[in-house]
Design a protein around this ligand. Structure first.
Ligand code: PMP
Ligand code: GLN
Length: 380
């Protein structure tokens, strides 16, 4: 058949998780917690399933959950968004990203992404008939605004940003958002801001949400994920926030991609968010302790790194260990021969920098897993 995505294979996350299983390796590759989800959240889900909240939810999400999200946005960013017209609950951030792109991008439109970038953006743009323009972040994974400005053309429709940033863990500054606003304003370029790690920022740093940036929010779509914030990546629930006119267009796509997110999961999140507002407030400290533990156990290894500023990913440079192997080969070797699975950085680029020797480790793991990872990595 004539494939629409001829060069697309199985994602690196599926590949590495499969390889880890096959070799019984410790899996720090695909990003997901290996510890239990909050008990009260699981109990709430059971309660709603047993009470037969098992039929379709409203297309835009349960009103009670949209209200919880609006309250959270107000608490975190002091921004006021309308639960009725600006918030849509989706089956995962991935679906929200896909629907936003399908709604906004017309055939021949250009979409700027900043490399390295999350793997779902490019195929989603291509399925909309768009063309991605990849602008590399600088060596410290900060945006290069000159290169960005040079990539803007008459056909640029959308820019996709992601902070806190997967895979690097870097966090945008407020000045970055100001630059982005200034460079895109006159052409009315839309911004898709992937903020799924919004609550995972460390060392007193702050997450600067596009929701709190009036010049950007007026033409933006902001995406987040309950999966990341509530330790339930397998629930595949997320949401998008956009001004009413944009939301209305994206909802037209969402209603035919999935129609709605699963009902009992939404009710469980409502209960948990109501009963445990502290959960989100404690997330940064919770994950910072995990990052610190991973960095501490790696201190005696031959990997070099700078502690991640955000997300639950830590990049490590292995050039002092096996400079002869590229990162894909290194990730394979570590899984097959050394019992630990990671993600190579190069797969997140259109043109990976020559000679880059970085791997991504997920630290959303128990202390035992992190200590075991330290033992394995210090032997290499
Ligand atoms: N964006 C980024 C940057 C991510 O890391 C992820 C999680 N894999 C997603 C989007 C998708 O989130 P979800 O699992 O809610 O679809
Ligand atoms: N976002 C997760 C990661 O970066 C993976 C999600 C997936 O497997 N699609 O590891």
């Amino acid at each position: 058949m004539h494939s629409k995505l001829a060069d697309v294979g199985l994602t690196i996350f599926s590949q590495m998780t499969q390889l880890a299983r096959q070799h019984g390796a410790l899996n720090l590759s695909q990003g997901f917690p290996d510890f239990p989800a909050p008990l009260a959240l699981k109990e709430a889900l059971t309660k709603h399933v047993m009470a037969d909240a098992n039929q379709y939810a409203p297309m835009t999400g349960l009103p009670a959950l949209r209200e919880q999200v609006a309250a959270l946005i107000d608490r975190c960013y002091g921004a006021s968004v309308c639960p009725e017209n600006e918030i849509t609950i989706t089956p995962g951030a991935t679906e929200a990203i896909f629907c936003a792109i399908q709604a906004l991008v017309h055939p021949g439109d250009e979409v700027i992404v900043l490399d390295p970038c999350y793997d779902s953006y490019e195929p989603s743009v291509r399925l909309a008939g768009g063309i991605t323009r990849h602008v590399p972040l600088d060596e410290g994974f900060a945006p290069d605004w000159e290169a960005f400005a040079a990539a803007i053309s008459d056909r640029t429709r959308l820019v996709i940003i992601n902070s806190p940033h997967n895979p690097s863990g870097a966090v945008f500054t407020k000045a970055d958002l100001d630059q982005l606003a200034a460079l895109t304003e006159s052409r009315g370029i839309h911004v898709l801001s992937d903020e799924v790690y919004e609550h995972l920022v460390y060392d007193g740093l702050q997450h600067h949400s596009v929701l709190a940036h009036p010049q950007l929010y007026g033409r933006a779509v902001v995406v987040s994920s309950f999966g990341k914030s509530f330790h339930v990546t397998g629930w595949k629930t997320g949401y998008l926030v956009a001004p009413p006119a944009l939301s209305a267009e994206i909802r037209k796509v969402h209603q035919y991609v999935s129609f709605c997110a699963p009902t009992p999961l939404q009710w469980a999140l409502v209960d948990f968010m109501q009963q445990h507002p502290e959960h989100v407030e404690e997330l940064a400290a919770f994950y910072q302790a995990k990052r610190d533990r991973l960095c501490a156990v790696l201190a005696d290894s031959r990997f070099s790194f700078a502690p991640a500023a955000g997300t639950y990913f830590q990049l490590v440079d292995y050039s002092a260990i096996r400079d002869d192997l590229d990162d894909v080969a290194m990730a394979r070797w570590l899984t097959e021969e050394k019992g630990i699975a990671t993600i190579p950085l190069s797969v997140f680029y259109q043109n990976p920098p020559e000679g880059q020797r970085w791997l991504r480790l997920c630290f959303a793991k128990t202390a035992e897993t992190l200590d075991r990872a330290g033992e394995l990595l210090c032997k290499i």
